[in-house]
Structure formats: structure tokens, C-alpha cells
Design a protein around this ligand. Structure first.
Ligand code: HEC
Length: 140
């Protein structure tokens, strides 16, 4: 792969995966105007769910009774750019959905942090931009 290509890929990754609430406005992808990808949208939904769960954690003993995280098949959702589907992506997505299942069966700090770890594991490879933001979701 040439230097220009790697630079472009890097620019794309930084742009799409950047730490920004406005990241849904693609600047380098005129072929995908206005719309954020299905995957980016799902990520924002999941992130909002984590924020909500973390904010009520421990407030009362029953705060998390019946709490759930959306069970999404990330392998079925289109990313902005196929370069985001790095080697191992499918496995990360499957591992992540198992963490979500575990949380939904038994919502507690450990299973919750397991979910966040599942986010972080995939992001380390596929989309490093939001790593710092995601680590703030950890409880312990
Ligand atoms: C299997 C891999 C994988 C997992 C698991 C995963 N992500 Fe992502 N995430 C991605 C990819 C790839 C993108 C870039 C999507 C795009 O731009 O199309 C992304 C994008 C994002 C974004 C930026 C969205 C935007 O506005 O453009 C946030 C925030 C995010 N993820 C948070 C999370 C959180 C929180 C979790 C766990 C609940 C999570 N991700 C789990 C791969 C993953």
C-alpha cells in the first residue's frame, strides 16, 4: 500500500472515528452525504445507553433491575468505509454481543464493564478515535 493510500485511510479513520459529537457529518466522503452510517448510528445509540446506565448506577439498590443494552448484530450494519472492517472484526462483534447477552441476563457492574471492554477491544483495532470517550464509560 502506498503512502498516499495509508494517509488517506488514516485521515478517513480519524475523521469518522474522531472524538466529536459532530462526527456524523462526513467531510471526506461526498459519496455519502448527510447520512451517518448504520454502524455509526448504532454506536451512538449504544454509547447513550451506557451513559444512561452509568448515571443511575448505584443510586438505589434496584436501579438496574431489568436493565438491558440493545442487542445488535454489528456484523449486519454497514460502516462508513469498508476499511473499518479490519481483520478480526467479526470475532470482536460476536464477542461483544456475548458481553451484551451476559449483561442482559445479569445486569451488574462486572457484566457492564464486560460490555465496555467489548467496545474497547474492537475500537483498539477498528476505530481508535473514541477510545478515550469509551473508557470513561467504565465503572471500575
Ligand atoms: C465490532 C467492533 C465494534 C464494537 C464492538 C464497537 N464499536 Fe464503536 N465503532 C466501530 C466502528 C468500525 C466505528 C466507525 C463506524 C462508522 O463510522 O461507520 C465505530 C464508531 C463508534 C463511535 C463514533 C460514532 C460516530 O458518531 O461516528 C462511537 C462513539 C462508538 N463507536 C462507541 C462504541 C461503544 C460505546 C461501543 C460499545 C457499546 C462500541 N462502539 C462497540 C466498531 C465497533
Amino acid at each position: 500500500m502506498g503512502a498516499v493510500c495509508s494517509l488517506l485511510t488514516l485521515a478517513l479513520l480519524l475523521n469518522r472515528c474522531g472524538e466529536s459529537t459532530n462526527a456524523d457529518v462526513p467531510k471526506l466522503a461526498p459519496t455519502q452525504p448527510n447520512e451517518s452510517s448504520e454502524l455509526a448510528h448504532a454506536m451512538r445509540v449504544l454509547d447513550a445507553e451506557l451513559m444512561e446506565l452509568k448515571s443511575i448506577f448505584g443510586q438505589t439498590e434496584s436501579a438496574w433491575d431489568g436493565a438491558t443494552i440493545s442487542s445488535l448484530d454489528l456484523n449486519q450494519l454497514e460502516p462508513t468505509d469498508s476499511s473499518m472492517l479490519v481483520e478480526g472484526y467479526t470475532a470482536y462483534a460476536i464477542a461483544f454481543s456475548k458481553q451484551v447477552d451476559a449483561f442482559n441476563l445479569g445486569p451488574n457492574a462486572q457484566t457492564y464493564d464486560g460490555v465496555v471492554t467489548g467496545c474497547l477491544n474492537c475500537h483498539q483495532r477498528a476505530c481508535p478515535g473514541p477510545l478515550e470517550r469509551i473508557s470513561k464509560r467504565l465503572i471500575e
